[in-house]
Design a protein around this ligand. Structure first.
Ligand code: CIR
Length: 392
């Protein structure tokens, strides 16, 4: 296993003898990385950007370096930047704006709108196939709270204060549940074994120190302090604290009505808002997230499905990814973004668009995409429905 490098250590390579940001060293590293893969962060580090950075204060130059640390430290980055505080999207807009436009394919002025008006009884999976009765459906939104640093630049104290603030919210927001903390010494501390049990159920996130994108950017710093998960009594609602975003608000429902997952998620989200927390929101980009790929709604909605025919028994997951891509969907393994599929072609399917679409459109796109995807699964089985639409 490779060793992961933490931000404080990794960023020293880009400082001069006085500890100031050395733009020439950054340029040299981007040039070197460009021979393998050009991340968006690399592409938009132009001479004009360098000139602008020179006019920033020393502390903003240090922040600017922090924004790029994930990309500078990983030769497989496709995006390569993380925001370190909500204001970065304005202070460094000369760099982040074109990058966000390219990633989200934004042309002209786009102001993110929200719409949680999602019908129940309409996007029903059994209408696609009667066997899709008890499907694992999930939706999550990323959220960060106004006035706090984003995870790449929180220090240990801020992470712990944030966790404790959230525990107060959980104690008072009216939904029955329990908080499990990974912070040593916390009153709700759980052991490694208990944490692994929650991971086996796909509830809790992984040890963040095993991912070099997260360590080098500072997202994983001070692990496991300030990290944890709140789980509702019926285990359908969850809140992650201290992963890539301060909060990941999640709903998991076993069933067939996509609208019910949204209903559950929205109930949880408004419960938190009513407690007085104000989420960080950008006037154009919508919800502020650490990774620019999640800006907009911050919503990701998926189902777990088996696609043994398209994937030829899990041996051709590339094919499923390609077919899904053409339908505006993303297919992942069940263990997260870079995981593999099993021999039944079990995949997590979600719409790719996050920005310029409303929460309601994300659900509609998932449903309409699934109609086409399951149709292709039947066709890949030679038209034999018997081999299709087996649930997870
Ligand atoms: C990259 O630049 O490739 C990584 N930092 C991952 C970016 C997209 N995904 C994510 O943050 N969840």
């Amino acid at each position: 296993m490779h060793t992961c490098v933490f931000k404080e250590e990794a960023r020293k390579a880009y400082l001069d003898a006085e500890g100031k940001v050395d733009l020439a060293k950054i340029q040299a590293r981007w040039t070197e990385l460009g021979k393998t893969k050009v991340s968006l962060g690399n592409k938009y580090f132009t001479p004009a950007v360098v000139e602008k950075v020179k006019s920033l204060s020393d502390s903003d130059q240090q922040r600017f370096l922090d924004v790029m640390m994930g990309g500078l430290s990983n030769n497989d980055s496709s995006v390569g930047v993380y925001a370190t505080r909500p204001e970065d999207y304005d202070v460094f807009s000369f760099y982040l704006e074109p990058l966000i436009r390219e990633y989200h394919k934004i042309e002209g002025q786009t102001k993110q709108e929200h719409d949680w008006n999602i019908p129940v009884g309409e996007y029903v999976l059994t209408k696609i196939d009667s066997r899709l009765e008890k499907v694992s459906m999930r939706a999550r939104v990323a959220r960060n709270v106004k006035g706090w640093n984003l995870p790449p630049s929180m220090d240990k104290d801020e992470r712990i204060r944030f966790e404790n603030k959230m525990v107060e919210v959980f104690d008072s927001f009216g939904i029955q549940g329990k908080y499990h903390s990974l912070t040593p010494g916390h009153k709700n501390f759980i052991t490694n074994q208990q944490a692994d049990e929650l991971r086996n159920k796909h509830y809790l996130f992984n040890d963040m120190t095993t991912d070099n994108h997260l360590t080098s950017s500072g997202v994983a710093s001070d692990w496991p302090h300030g990290r944890g998960i709140w789980i509702s009594e019926d285990e359908t609602k969850m809140i992650w604290i201290g992963e890539e975003d301060q909060l990941r608000i999640i709903s998991i429902v076993q069933g067939n009505d996509l609208g019910k997952v949204d209903q559950s998620l929205h109930e949880l989200l408004t419960g938190i808002e009513k407690s007085g927390l104000e989420f960080a929101e950008h006037p154009i980009y919508g919800v502020i997230t650490t990774c620019p790929t999640n800006m907009g709604t911050g919503k990701r909605q998926s189902i777990l499905g088996k696609f043994p025919n398209i994937t030829k028994g899990g041996t051709d997951e590339k094919k499923l990814k390609e077919v899904a891509r053409q339908l505006g969907l993303q297919a992942r393994g069940v263990g997260g973004e870079h995981s593999n599929m099993d021999k039944e072609g079990t995949a997590d399917i979600s719409p790719s668009a996050r920005f310029g679409v409303t929460e309601a459109i994300v659900t509609k796109r998932l449903y309409e995409g699934l109609i086409k995807l399951y149709d292709m699964e039947v066709q890949s089985a030679g038209g034999n429905r018997q081999n299709c639409c087996i649930i997870y």
